[in-house]
Design a protein around this ligand. Sequence first.
Ligand code: 7TS
Length: 407
Amino acid sequence: MIQPLVDVSRDFPILNRRINGHRLVYLDSAATSQKPESVIEAVDAYYHQSNANVFRSVHTLAEESTTQFTEAREKVGRFIGASQAEEVVFTRGTTEGLNMVARGFGDRFVKEGDEIVLSPMEHHSNLIPWQQLARRTGAVLRYIELADDGTISLEAIREAVTPRTRLLALSRISNVLGTINPIPEAADLVHRHGGIVVVDGAQSVPHEPTDVQALGADFLAFSGHKMCGPTGIGALWGKMPLLERMDPIMYGGEMISYVDRETATWAEVPQKFEGGTPNIAGAIGLGAAVDYLTQVGMEAIHRHSLALAELAFATLESIPGVSVYGPAHPHAAALSFNIDGIHPHDVAQVFDSQGVAVRAGHHCAQPLMQWLGVGSTARASFYLYNGEDDIQRLKDAILETKRYFKR
Ligand code: 7TS
């Protein structure tokens, strides 16, 4: 019996809620995770005790606030194996980080005829910035073709990557298929051709130990809210020499070194990219989330996510009339499925009446829906507070949905 990794009722009071008369089963962590008490308390304590702007005033509150903000950057840097905390740029989330690279790096270094390699499983956040970059520069988009189970083979990568590859933008873990993509191997190949590797870590940083060096990434973007942190905060990690050459995209206060009437020069990395007052409370909350996840252990979280998703895969696959997508093994924490003849939005609605929260739709991955040949899917996604009971409830909800629509 797979038990949750943490004391759920103590750490996640929201999961004690009853929804439509049932214990809430929260299977929508790929959209956003729930927040542990320690994170909520860190944000609360910051506003109650230390609130002040950062990097400007010398009074006590400002020093406390600046220290906590700086410590949060250090925690995030250690969590992903950055060689220095300054390589961590705070952003609003994955979307902003990827747009920063496309604009700040892409506009400067990607030229007409260069190739940008993507996969058809990318979230729109890791697709549209590159489409737009290609339109601005005359670069060409190339796609890595997926195998029948939605995985990416080394052979498919070799077919897509050429000497003209300037940039590979790939998710480590798919938010729809639960595939784990071979980033290190892909990075090797891209680097041999002198290209750079941008990793969308939105679904991977919350779920597996991350070491940017081992991953072979040049940039990694991720979101705090999917890893037990607050919304509105995330990080873009980049190799220092690349961040130094990259242009800022947000101009204003706090990102400059010297300004006169006609010109300005930029502050050092990461301040150069953090124009305006940052999300201080969010960063501190993200630091607390990193502490929480580290205490539970990222190896344990990784094993737990795989165990739950693979059990769910096998359980759902054995129900007549249910199609599940993606590989059976290894299958990361997001599992998409459809029930024959029932629209995923109706599935999600009946599930809610059973207290089971899932997402239905295209999951911001329309090219992947086109590849799957469906308009949308239902998706159950798991995290450290889920256990085997929740998979039983998922199965019961599917059986109830089938009964409901047979009537
Ligand atoms: N990339 C991937 C792989 C994602 O899953 C998401 C969010 C993003 C990028 C964007 O992250 P954001 O924090 O900037 O919004 N994915 C989902 C999802 O699957 N359901 O809701 C949001």
